[in-house]
Write a protein that binds this ligand. Sequence first.
Ligand code: WQD
Length: 337
Amino acid sequence: MRVLVSGGAGYIGSHTVLALIEAGHDILVVDDFSNAKPTVVGRLEALSGRHIPVHAFDLTDADKTSHLFDTETIDAVIHFAGYKAVGESVAKPLSYYENNLGSTFSLVRAMQRHGVHKLVFSSSATVYGTDQAAATEDRPTFATNPYGWTKVMQEQILRDVAAADPDSRFALLRYFNPVGAHPSGTIGEDPSDVPNNLMPYIAQVAVGRREKLQVFGDDYDTVDGTGVRDYIHVEDLAAGHVAALEALERTEEPVSTWNLGTGRGTSVLELLHAFERAVGRELPYEVVARRAGDVAASYADPSKANAELGWRTVKTVDEMCADTWRWQSQNPDGYPD
Ligand code: WQD
């Protein structure tokens, strides 16, 4: 299929572009580069040996989005593009609603206008609100921050569109905590500012860009008191998107929802020690107060995706750390401008 990947220059998008090419699909990318560097495209072309067509514009521009569908052959869409920083969403709610919902409105309208029915949507475990332990897809969804609400709302919009147009073939993918990097070490996670997320922060401590890790609380009711999460290797996540896209060719369901996770939890200190094994030395940290809004434990029940997609994660936490370290040590300052 020829697949439009929105946000294809981003962390998960770039790894999925590679997986789609390796699975024999053609791709084109749309990205506004508000949270990605153009350097990624060259890295992807080097890794894939293919030209990567890129359209650089903001998907909330409905005319440009519709024009793209007028001029390009598109069989399916994987929609990653969106703002995704929880803290930032609290400070700038209107920007988050305008951008995340607006891009989905213009994308789905263009799809309908051009008879494109297959859409894989990048959702998040954040839609489980504070009830994220062993989460199954039938749980009610809610959020505790504007970013999470944009995901809850986009899912609802897509369910309502699918109910009105049964020819729709939508996959809502709820990821847990994406980490890791392509084993080549040439593409990876490159936060534009101080990393909010644990893995890139640890990686930046290891490479000397940050002094030490702050562990946000060790008094949770977990294995060692620190927060537990379901870390999923971005390569496994990318494979999950390819599996979901191909499932849309088979299913009769207008909309399907799948958790993409390992089903296993890892604590902050367990991840830190796994990273120390990858680096071969101890890394400095200090325990500080809990971060507002954090839950104690979040991990998937991935059995529905395992059964219906014929997909499961294969990468271990040690591989997640080794691949992250290879990317970070080869690119201490992330992608060059
Ligand atoms: C993981 C654990 C922290 C940083 C977020 C978003 C979620 C999704 C994935 C988009 C927690 C602890 C972290 C640090 C720490 N994003 N931690 N020190 O919060 O589970 O999920 O990213 O969909 O929507 O909320 O990920 O990596 O921020 O935190 O101790 O410097 O690491 O308390 O227990 P989180 P995270």
